[in-house]
Ligand binder design. Structure first.
Ligand SMILES: C[S@@+](CC[C@H](N)C(=O)[O-])C[C@H]1O[C@@H](n2cnc3c(N)ncnc32)[C@H](O)[C@@H]1O
Length: 328
């Protein structure tokens, strides 16, 4: 009986881990541009030769690809990318592959450190400058879903100035600036390399300014119609979050808006992914757990902001957009 249970559990864990194979295969294909290489029927030999890759390992990757339906045999020892719509687009096209890259190179290795970190009672240190470009790019995948909720606030209120704190590559302000040409947009970003990307991507937009600045040393020259802070709260020490909201409120005009995108965790109905984000952030001595819903309400209230709405951006990730209005 015991042996049967052992077998049953082992099979269950293997089965549950099967989705990992799809992600691993797609990640390797994205990282080495292999799906593009097999766009037309090709032999492993030719692809290994053209891309200077290890042929045995490429063979193994192709075999897995055929068994999970990412590749298909195309006769005469050649293979072809299959079901391309399920696979990440090549690098550089705002591809979903950046998410695979972040998961495989950052999230999973970090979570695998748990036993070691718990035994030694130690944390890792998040290398912000190293990861900033990937993290800024993956955050952009949320833009399409959150943008309409930002536009709606701008449309109704005749807002002439918007400040985006931790603007990353400036994706939000670029799209909003094109839609609202009479509004001036400012983005501040702490990472020099990400600031450069944001400047390059917005150089044609004359209603955008991008500055390389730490939010703690910054103060806008005048009060803003709207302040945004998207996917930044987990960089802020728990003890400083109320102070930050209070400071941000002082940067906003009366009846102006504070708009914050963040995953929310810690409620009993938080989805597993939101809780695992917390496990990830808590692995580092310089990243901090996600806010709870109550905290988001409380920080706003203490700062003199009226909570307008908490709307879902991505349910599975526990992602929300929380908007407040400054009371006059
Ligand atoms: C996860 S990214 C989000 C980028 C963008 N807001 C978005 O949602 O797509 C967070 C960004 O905040 C920046 N950041 C972190 N701490 C900051 C600080 N103290 N001052 C300014 N920017 C900061 C990071 O460098 C990073 O580019």
């Amino acid at each position: 009986m015991i042996d049967v249970m052992k077998m049953f559990k082992a099979r269950m864990y293997m089965k549950r881990n099967e989705p990992f194979l799809y992600s691993w295969h797609a990640y390797v294909g994205y990282e080495l541009d292999l799906f593009k290489a097999f766009d037309r029927p090709m032999s492993q030999y030719d692809v290994a030769d053209a891309l200077q890759l290890d042929e045995d390992l490429l063979n193994q990757w192709v075999n897995v690809g055929v068994s999970i339906g990412h590749l298909k045999e195309a006769g005469r020892n050649r293979y072809k990318t299959w079901n391309a719509w399920k696979l990440p687009k090549p690098k550089g096209n705002n591809s979903s592959g950046v998410l695979l890259k972040e998961m495989m190179e950052l999230h999973i290795p970090t979570l695998l450190n748990y036993p070691e970190m718990m035994r030694k009672q130690e944390r890792l240190h998040f290398d912000e400058e190293k990861h900033a470009p990937t993290v800024a790019e993956t955050s952009r995948l949320l833009e399409v879903l959150a943008l309409p909720k930002m536009s709606r606030r701008l449309k109704g209120q005749n807002i002439d100035s918007v400040l985006d704190i931790g603007c990353g590559e400036g994706g939000y302000i670029k799209k909003l600036a094109e839609r609202f040409p009479d509004t001036h947009f400012t983005g501040i970003e702490i990472s020099p390399s990400v600031t450069e990307v944001a400047k390059a991507l917005t150089k044609e937009n004359n209603n955008i300014s991008i500055e390389n600045a730490d939010l703690w040393d910054y103060k806008p020259s005048e009060q803003q119609g709207m302040v945004m802070m998207n996917n930044v709260i987990h960089y802020i020490d728990l003890g400083k979050r109320q102070d930050l909201f209070t400071e941000l409120a002082s940067w906003i005009k009366d009846q102006g808006i504070l708009s914050v995108v963040t995953p929310i965790a810690g409620d009993s109905d938080s989805p597993p992914f939101a809780n695992v984000f917390n496990s990830f952030f808590s692995s580092f001595d310089n990243l901090y757990r996600l806010p709870t819903r109550e905290e988001m309400a409380e920080w706003g209230e203490q700062a003199g902001l009226e909570l307008l709405s908490i709307q879902t951006v991505i349910k599975e990730g526990g992602w929300y957009i929380v908007q407040y209005e400054k009371k006059s």
